[in-house]
Design a protein around this ligand. Structure first.
Ligand SMILES: [Zn+2]
Length: 505
């Protein structure tokens, strides 16, 4: 009896249609997203749908009709970008949004007029539509089954291996990741951009620049766990390795931070607003974590990027995203003075990675999407503008740290991988562009002597712990691994291909 009432409930389908896109995006990105990321978007959309339903109910004076009107609006709203993309696949560009958007509005208006005029009470229709949307939800839920059952025995280096600072005053340590910052030769070859001015400026400040540096992996989700745990991702053939969870856990629960914590350091996180580097449980303080919840939600950004407000949602949120990046640069040097304990500051800064938000001097750009994963058909030179801005802010940040430090600090600035390639790039170019990266160090007390040609990130903190903290880590052979595609989009074990001898520019 209760089931029958449920199927007849007219508010059910608009609420479920509002919830469906969240579940849909989530179920296809379970490896990137954690369950708690479902909460805010769901609450937001359900409240919006329920409020709209109450308003329409008053206007239509008929609950079934108002629900149908709302469901039609919701479907049109969320399907806009998907339909636009499908038309693009058939070569129908339709002048951006100038034709498609009015067509959608017209469909909505005609539907509402038809609803007002019709004499049907929509009772049966409500039942059918409820069954349809419940089936859609059920199918999406099927994708989520087996989500949480991975087991693995990743062989992590033992942390806290009797480390202690060898100098009287332990140095503050700053670890800055500039996401997708490409290497010198790669910028020259692929963008015809000469980045020597920035590198010279760093060298003038006694930084060591690793020439021809290559990341050990070509994707964030492999590079970060590797460098933060000072190891290669030799997961072993693992049946259960079907999502990002292992990488996810290796980033949030990493050896480098645990080692510093064990030595009495305060761990300072600078929130990236993205995935696992948004906040670290181990952190004593986290900065820049209080920005727009909408912009912070990858689910919402992905949904909006395909919705009827696709043409302008980025304009609404771009300021927030810009402020966040600026906050990150400002927050890194905060703890150089007057902190009781030494600090390890970790900042995963999301530029020069797309979306492109900054011109060379911080000017606004024409940012149309806030998605991180867009693939461009052609090279987007806004990347260089944003990289120049990253250069400017990085030098300011470095000067701030160096001028105000009482004890010489350790500063590591590196990128997790190089730049993105346009759609049609050859495999050789893809590998070289994705893996040639930035890798620079400020190492006081003669620490630069530990660096060598071909030095790669898997060894960054092995050397730092050994030289400054009496560590006894083995220095690993510097190797570079490529995977043909993002392995986490497919089920199964990622096949890492050793391309150490193939990377040449
Ligand atoms: Zn990255």
């Amino acid at each position: 009896m209760r089931n029958i009432q449920l199927f007849q409930s007219s508010i059910l389908h608009p609420l479920l249609f509002a919830f469906f896109p969240i579940l849909f995006v989530f179920s296809y990105n379970t490896s990137f997203l954690s369950f708690d990321e479902l909460f805010f978007p769901s609450l937001l959309f359900l409240v919006l749908a329920a409020t709209s339903w109450l308003i329409l109910k008053t206007a239509f004076k008929n609950t079934h009709k108002s629900s149908v009107a709302l469901s039609i609006s919701i479907i049109l709203f969320f399907s806009y970008g998907h339909i636009q993309n499908s038309l693009l696949d058939y070569g129908l560009e339709l002048h951006g949004n100038k034709i498609l958007l009015p067509i959608f509005l017209l469909i909505l208006m005609l539907s509402v007029i038809a609803l007002i005029r019709t004499t049907s009470n929509f009772k049966n229709f409500t039942k059918i539509i409820n069954v349809v949307v419940l089936t859609m939800i059920f199918l999406s839920l099927l994708n989520l089954v087996n989500l949480d059952n991975y087991t693995t025995n990743i062989d992590l280096e033992p942390d806290t291996t009797n480390l202690y600072p060898v100098h009287d005053t332990p140095p503050n340590v700053f670890h800055i990741i500039l996401d997708s910052y490409s290497g010198y030769d790669s910028l020259k070859k692929f963008y015809d951009f000469d980045n020597s001015e920035f590198l010279n400026e760093l060298e003038e400040r006694e930084f060591s620049v690793i020439a021809d540096s290559k990341s050990n992996y070509g994707h964030t989700f492999m590079s970060l766990p590797s460098l933060l745990n000072m190891k290669y991702l030799d997961y072993g053939k693992n049946e259960d390795f079907d999502n990002h969870r292992i990488s996810y856990d290796m980033i949030s629960d990493n050896i480098v931070m645990k080692n510093f914590k064990a030595m009495g350091y305060d761990i300072i996180g600078v929130s990236s607003g993205w995935g696992v580097t948004r906040d670290f449980e181990i952190a004593d303080r986290t900065y820049c974590a209080t920005f727009s919840r909408i912009d912070d939600s990858q689910i919402l950004i992905s949904i909006l990027d395909n919705s009827a407000i696709k043409p302008f949602y980025a304009k609404l949120l771009v300021d927030d995203r810009r402020t966040k990046v600026l906050c990150q640069f400002d927050s890194v040097p905060k703890y150089i003075e007057n902190n009781k304990n030494p600090v390890f500051v970790f900042a995963h800064i999301l530029i020069p990675h797309q979306p492109y938000l900054f011109g060379p001097n911080g000017e606004t750009l024409n940012t149309e999407s806030l998605e991180f994963g867009d693939i461009y058909q052609n090279r987007n030179y806004d990347y260089i503008k944003q990289l120049q801005f990253a250069n400017k802010k990085t030098l300011e940040l470095v000067d701030n740290i160096l001028t105000n430090s009482k004890t010489p600090p350790i500063i590591v600035i590196q990128s997790d991988h190089g730049s993105d390639q346009p759609e049609n790039a050859s495999l050789e170019d893809q590998m070289n562009e994705a893996m040639h990266n930035l890798n620079v160090y400020y190492l006081p007390y003669g620490g630069e002597s530990i660096l060598y040609d071909g030095f790669s990130q898997v060894n960054s903190f092995r050397l730092i712990f050994n030289y400054y903290f009496n560590g006894e880590y083995e220095i690993l052979e510097d190797k570079h691994y490529w995977i043909n595609d993002n392995p986490f989009t497919n089920d199964g074990y990622p096949e890492f291909i050793d391309v150490t001898n193939k990377l040449k520019l």
